[in-house]
Design a protein around this ligand. Structure first.
Ligand code: ZN
Length: 141
């Protein structure tokens, strides 16, 4: 049976690949009071493996809201859609910022379902984005 632990080495690789940002809401580890973790995109409870293609860096808020979901309701079409998959999807194809860079807009069913399910526009995140934007530190590069 393969080793399913997230080792320090894996943690480092995933964090570097994500450039220190939550791969869902793009919160930056250097400016976020939240803890971040390496999450299983396809949940372990549903057979997701501990391998780099199934791992993403996520802030505590996104990780907690995602929990073991792989799909959620797209509020626009009222149908179920896959959640954003950081290894298979491109963030900019599914999401965009509003003009003030405080709110993440879902552009596709995947984007909208993920914004809703993971609550990517939590009020504290919007406040932090506004402050960071004002000093040129948001959005992340
Ligand atoms: Zn996040």
């Amino acid at each position: 049976m393969p080793d399913q632990r997230v080792t320090q080495q894996i943690r480092q690789l995933v964090g570097d690949r994500a450039k220190g940002c939550c791969e869902y809401c793009l919160s930056q580890t250097q400016f976020s009071p939240q803890s971040f973790s390496v999450e299983h995109i396809h949940p372990r409870s549903l057979g997701g493996k501990t391998e780099l293609d199934n791992l993403a860096l996520a802030c505590a808020g996104c990780n907690g809201h995602k929990y073991n979901k792989t799909q959620a309701l797209d509020p626009t079409t009222n149908t179920m859609a896959d959640l954003y998959h950081p290894r298979k999807h491109n963030w900019a194809e599914h999401f965009a910022w509003n003009e003030e860079y405080t709110i993440i807009l879902g552009l596709t069913p995947v984007g909208r379902a993920t914004v809703a399910a993971l609550q990517l526009n939590r009020s504290a995140l919007q406040n932090l984005r506004a402050i960071l934007f004002s000093v040129g530190k948001h959005p992340p590069e």
